[in-house]
Design a protein around this ligand. Structure first.
Ligand code: IPE
Ligand code: IPE
Ligand code: MG
Length: 226
C-alpha cells in the first residue's frame, strides 16, 4: 500500500448533518469537531505525514453572524484545549489563511499551538482558517512585491504561500457529495487526486481514512508523463 504523504480535507456537510436530524446547524459544527479528531487520529495511525483541513473559508463570513460566532467559539476551544492532546504522536501545527482578520482570542490560541509545536518535524496538521486559495495567492504576490522580488518562478511563489515547505496534497477529500473546490488550495492542487465521499463530515470515522487510502491506491498518477 502506498501511503499518501499529504491528505487535504474539505470538511463539508455539518449543516446538513444537523438539519437532517432536526437539530440547529451549530449542532453539526460541534459534531464536526469530534469527527476532525477522529480523522486526524486515523491519518496519524496510517502514517500520513501532512494533514490539511479546511475549517473556515474566506467566503464563510457571508453566513449568519450567529453561525460565524459559534464556529469561532468551537475553533477557539479546539485550539486551546484539544488540538495538542489529540494523539500520542507529536505534530507541528501550521495555519493557512489570513489569520490577522480573526477574533483576537482565536488568533492567540492558534499562535500558541504553532509556537508550542514549532520544533516538530515529522507530522504536520495544517489548518485553513479564514482561508481562500485566491486570497493566499494575492497575499503571496504582495509579500514578494514588498520583498523587492522582480522575477517569480514556481519555486519562489510556493515559498511565499501559506504552505511554504509543505508538500502538495496527494489527495483532496471532500465530504457531503459536493464536487467542487470552493477556493481550496488552488495552487497546490495541480496534481492532487480527488476523492468525493457521500457522507456528511460529522459521520467521518477513523476507518474512513483506510477507505481513502485504498481508493488512492487504485489511482494511476502520471504527472503529465506516460
Ligand atoms: C462545513 O459544513 C463546515 C464549514 C464550512 C464551516 P457546512 O456548514 O458547509 O455544512 P453544509 O454544507 O451547510 O451542510
Ligand atoms: C467549503 O465549504 C469551506 C469549508 C469546508 C470550510 P462550503 O460549504 O463553504 O462551500 P460551498 O459554499 O458549498 O461551495
Ligand atoms: Mg457546506
Amino acid at each position: 500500500m502506498q501511503i499518501p504523504n499529504h491528505i487535504a480535507f474539505i470538511m463539508d456537510g455539518n449543516g446538513r448533518w444537523a438539519t437532517s436530524r432536526l437539530l440547529p446547524r451549530n449542532a453539526g459544527h460541534s459534531e464536526g469537531v469530534k469527527a476532525l479528531k477522529r480523522v486526524i487520529n486515523g491519518c496519524m495511525k496510517y502514517g500520513v505525514k501532512v494533514i490539511s483541513l479546511y475549517a473556515f473559508s474566506s467566503e464563510n463570513w457571508k453566513r449568519p453572524e450567529k453561525e460565524v460566532k459559534e464556529l469561532f467559539r468551537l475553533l477557539k476551544t479546539f485550539f486551546t484545549r484539544d488540538l495538542l492532546h489529540l494523539c500520542n504522536k507529536p505534530f507541528r501545527v501550521n495555519y493557512m489563511g489570513d489569520i490577522d482578520a480573526l477574533p483576537s482570542d482565536v488568533k492567540e490560541g492558534m499562535i500558541k499551538c504553532m509556537r508550542d509545536t514549532a520544533d516538530v518535524e515529522e507530522y504536520v496538521v495544517n489548518i485553513g482558517i479564514n482561508y481562500g486559495g485566491r486570497d493566499e495567492i494575492c497575499r503571496a504576490v504582495n509579500k514578494m512585491i514588498s520583498a523587492g522580488i522582480d522575477h517569480v518562478d514556481e519555486q519562489t511563489l510556493s515559498s511565499y504561500l501559506d504552505t511554504a515547505g509543505l508538500p502538495d496534497p496527494d489527495v483532496i477529500v471532500r465530504t457531503a457529495g459536493e464536487m467542487r473546490v470552493s477556493n481550496f488550495m488552488l495552487y497546490q492542487l495541480a496534481y492532487s487526486e480527488f476523492i468525493f465521499l457521500d457522507k456528511y463530515w460529522p459521520d467521518m470515522k477513523e476507518d474512513d481514512v483506510n477507505t481513502i487510502i485504498e481508493e488512492y491506491n487504485t489511482r494511476h498518477r502520471k504527472f503529465g508523463a506516460l
